[in-house]
Write a protein of this length. Structure first.
Lengths: 112, 114
């Protein structure tokens, strides 16, 4: 069975600093990978996804993630964070069972 | 387009009672999935419905059930509530079933079991 590991439960960072949120997955079959963001008192919103093709995927608000098959990772990065990026970020994997399996989440706290 | 709506937003029940949660997907979306979110277990998949049929199911006891209506609206029922059922229940809809389609989440129903 596939699983998703987000090693960092919390990541504190100052505004305008770069950030990386780590995500590793385990699966014996090909997977599709997702990053979702959850703002306080809201549901999840899709940030970006990898289905096939270029291993580097980007979101409209400056985040990017790179699929690394050999390291089974899909880390999320942003070169310069804003206060408004404060939220919980979830990595998820979907394999051929069509279920979406989530990691435990990483709380990104951006300080002024 | 209106987003995914869930009702009620908050619910308080006591052990042993049952509860029904409702989810209205985005217009035109035919797939609805349900998730349970707790601080300890994170987000866990409950089940998915597509065209009124349960298409996929997670590892939850039979007390958790659901259904989907012809207009794609879905309900989730939990019988004989336990304290551990306290959670945020999220509903997500997508245009079609399948792992490539983007799921759009509602704001959730916060269930507290006393």
């Amino acid at each position: 069975a596939q699983s998703v590991t987000q090693l960092d439960s919390q990541v504190p960072v100052f505004e305008e600093a770069p950030v990386e949120l780590r995500c590793n997955y385990s699966s014996s079959v090909s997977v599709y990978l997702f990053w979702y963001v959850q703002y306080p008192n809201q549901g999840l919103q899709l940030l970006l996804k990898y289905l096939s093709g270029s291993t580097l995927v980007e979101s409209i608000n400056g985040f990017e993630a790179e699929f690394n098959k050999s390291q089974t990772s899909f880390h999320l990065r942003k070169p310069s964070v804003h206060i408004s990026d404060t939220a919980e970020y979830f990595c998820a994997v979907s394999d051929n069972t069509d279920k979406l399996i989530f990691g435990t989440g990483t709380r990104l706290q951006v300080f002024p | 387009k209106a987003g995914v709506t869930q009702t009620p937003r908050y619910l308080i029940k006591t052990r042993g009672q049952q509860v029904t949660l409702s989810c209205s997907p985005i217009s035109g979306h035919r797939s609805v999935s349900w998730y349970q979110q707790t601080p300890g277990q994170g987000l866990q998949f409950l089940f998915e419905y597509f065209s009124e049929t349960q298409r996929n199911k997670g590892n939850f006891p039979g007390r958790f059930s659901g259904r989907q209506f012809s207009n794609s609206r879905s309900e989730m029922n939990v019988s004989t509530l336990e304290l551990g059922d306290s959670a945020l229940y999220l509903c997500a809809s997508s245009l079609i079933a399948g792992r490539t389609d983007t799921q759009y989440f509602g704001p959730g129903t916060r269930l507290t079991v006393l």
